[in-house]
Design a protein around this ligand. Structure first.
Ligand SMILES: [Zn+2]
Length: 681
């Protein structure tokens, strides 16, 4: 048996630059797998360029702590029960029924397959197996699935739902090892390979062609059939070129209120397309694809970016105003894209961004019990009502209700993938038998390093708190690298391995610890969270701390609506939410001494982690009332003490008393103000 190895090799690999820092006073030899700064793929000879990091098989990562509670809430809410009462899933043509036969049932499966297998939820797994059985058994001899219309050989057929269904079936194959699922995908892809010559991509398929590459690559890795890569190239050739599209004004111009719906500005297409560059790069390793992956997000941030890490689209790209909406489908799709981007390129910034969306935009758009959701969320959202006077670009008056299918049922079908895919991408494999923390949340991952079983367990209330305890456990001694993503905001980050001295880690890097692991070793990580003020649209300010954005806690009044509409029996009803306390505040903050302006207070994370009462960290700040219309109309900015903008011209903001405000994490709110006018002290 190997003895405990006192030599430890610590290094810091900055994204794109290899740098080695060896522990002081200890004999050390250093090895690392630096990312190539040129962006050139390491090898492309005939096959696919390998990703920087490889996701673990579905089920190898389990949630723990607050994350396990969140997944359980999801399975006990709409996700785990939708098929029982919503015809578009339960009676889908995909499952032999007569209802919708397009994207809705595959969307639901795309989220509940990882949900059920991550939780090991037997009743849900049993139902899913039954549904997948129908899809596989009713596949036609020519490879097309059940709902594919008989006349599609002569008439045009939009390929989107088939691209999606194959993505679903490869997840099922990964979870269960059921060979029939993989065979069905290969047969379907073969039919598509020939069908695309007859009917080239158009409509949704043309804007979502890269989704097909997910199942193509999965099948290629297992069959090595060269025609699969030809199919990938055919899909790309027929699909939209996003690099070219993002050079046009079509993307930079916000859609006007009640404007024109456009494919190019569609927010869900946008969230999905963020991964096209990563999938493209795997085909031929073009450095331009690697560069474009970042450029695309930069362009979106500049013209439509929100403090939550999302961009607006209600449902077409809508500018930076915090009153514009962001559709739930785009949130879960952008998360999945960021998971791909981190995996393929290994850039820690994509992991930072994934956490920002996952901990803010994702939970905010659900009711805390996950029985209802919004179509559109707003960063400044002081009420959610049926509002014919709405300011959306192309969505309808019910878009920000919490309900079963507000505005349109796509999010009802597609929202399920957010948390489960986040769990299954928390940890990934390095090319040299190691493990990398892509994102942080309480979890446990099991894998084999050089044939030795290894478990890494992360015990933490992160993102609410800054301390993370990782336990690495092995059956016997085995060397492998443990790579930690150090968030870009984490100045002063430290790590301590076992009884060894604490080490600093550089923010925005991948910190690599190479050693022989043996038995149980505790790794204590600290990511100091310093509050920060960011300037947003119209000079408004937002408060951030670590990966969380903080927003005003507003008392809520929930009112049930649409009770007479079909399928709205409780608990899956529709609700309006109105404010029960004042919300029209500006913030008084001293940016030079922010610690004194905003005080943070740790709380136990609640049974519902993302609820106003369950917040694991709250903040106290000082505010003063301002004229409501200034917020309601999207105005924000610095108000002078003499500003008299109330309806009563003799009333001044400077006359208003200071009030202590409670801010809570954005993801814990249902209604909120997040971007505040800044007031002078
Ligand atoms: Zn949607």
């Amino acid at each position: 048996m190997a003895t405990f190895d006192r030599r430890e090799f610590l290094s810091c690999v900055a994204a794109g630059v290899a740098a080695s820092a060896v522990t002081a006073g200890e004999a050390a030899s250093h090895t690392s797998t630096p990312l190539d700064p040129s962006g050139q793929a390491p090898r492309t000879a005939g096959g696919l360029t390998p990703p920087a990091f490889t996701p673990l098989p579905l089920g190898a990562i389990r949630p723990a702590g607050w994350l396990l509670r969140q997944l359980r809430i999801q399975a006990d809410g709409l996700s785990g029960h939708l098929d029982e009462f919503w015809p578009d899933v339960g009676q889908s043509q995909w499952f032999g029924g007569k209802a919708e036969g397009w994207e809705r049932a595959p969307y639901w499966l795309d989220g509940v397959i990882p949900l059920a297998w991550i939780l090991d939820d037997e009743p849900l797994k049993t139902r899913i197996v039954r549904y997948v059985d129908v899809i596989v058994k009713t596949q036609r001899a020519d490879g097309w699935y059940g709902p594919y219309p008989a006349d599609a050989v002569a008439k045009r057929y939009d390929m989107w739902a088939i691209l999606l269904a194959n993505k679903v079936l490869v997840q099922f194959h990964e979870a269960t090892g059921d060979q029939r699922a993989l065979d069905a995908v290969v047969k379907s892809l073969r039919a598509m390979f020939e069908g695309l010559d007859r009917t080239p991509l158009y409509g949704w398929g043309k804007f979502r062609w890269y989704e097909g590459l997910v199942s193509v690559y999965y099948a290629y890795d297992r069959t090595r059939e060269p025609w699969l890569l030809d199919l990938a190239r055919k899909l790309r050739a027929q699909g939209v070129d996003f690099e070219a599209l993002y050079k046009t004004e079509d993307i930079t111009q916000p859609t006007p209120r009640r404007g024109l719906w456009k494919w190019t500005k569609h927010v869900v297409n946008t969230g999905m397309a963020a991964k096209a560059a990563a999938l493209n790069w795997r085909l031929d390793g073009r450095p331009a694809d690697k560069a474009f992956a970042k450029t695309m997000i930069d362009i979106l941030d500049r013209h439509h970016g929100q403090v939550t890490g999302m961009f607006t689209g209600d449902e077409c790209l809508a500018g930076r105003n915090p009153l514009q909406g962001t559709e739930l489908c785009s949130v879960v799709e952008f998360m999945y894209s960021l998971e791909h981007l981190f995996s393929v390129f290994g850039d820690p910034a994509f992991g930072d961004r994934l956490e920002r969306v996952a901990f803010n935009a994702l939970p905010a758009t659900f009711a805390p019990d996950m029985w209802s959701h919004q179509y559109d969320q707003q960063v400044n959202q002081v009420q959610c009502t049926i509002n014919p006077d709405h300011m959306w670009t192309t969505n309808g008056p019910e878009s920000n209700l919490y309900g079963l299918e507000p505005n349109f049922g796509c999010c009802t079908a597609n929202m399920h993938q957010g948390w489960p895919k986040f769990v299954s991408h928390l940890w990934m494999r390095t090319p040299d038998e190691g493990i990398v923390a892509a994102a942080y949340a309480p979890s446990r991952a099991t894998f084999k390093a050089k044939n030795v079983t290894v478990t890494v367990s992360l015990d933490t209330d992160y993102p609410f708190c800054e301390r993370l305890t990782l336990t690495v456990e092995t059956d016997r001694a085995v060397p492998f690298p443990l790579v930690l993503r150090v968030p870009g905001w984490a100045d002063g980050a430290t790590v301590r391995v076992g009884a060894l001295p604490e080490r600093r880690m550089a923010p925005g890097t991948l910190h690599r610890i190479e050693r022989e692991w043996n038995g149980k070793v505790e790794v204590v990580i600290r990511f100091p969270m310093k509050a920060k003020v960011t300037t947003r649209h119209n000079e408004a300010i937002a408060i951030e701390r670590g990966p969380l954005v903080y927003a005003l806690k507003i008392a809520e009044t929930w009112t049930r609506v649409n009770a007479d509409k079909p399928h709205r029996e409780l608990p899956h009803g529709d609700f309006e939410v109105r404010p029960g306390s004042a919300w029209n505040y500006g913030l008084v903050v001293d940016e030079q001494h922010l610690d004194q302006s905003v005080r943070f207070e740790e709380r136990p994370v609640g049974a519902q982690p993302f609820s106003p009462e369950g917040a694991g960290m709250i903040a106290h700040a000082t505010g003063r009332k301002i004229p409501a219309w200034k917020l309601a109309h999207g105005w924000a900015g610095e108000l002078s003490p003499a500003d008299t903008a109330w309806a009563d011209p003799s009333r001044s903001v400077s006359d208003e008393p200071d009030e202590e405000l409670t801010l809570i994490p954005y993801g814990c709110t249902n209604i909120r103000v997040t971007e505040f006018p800044k007031l002078k002290g």
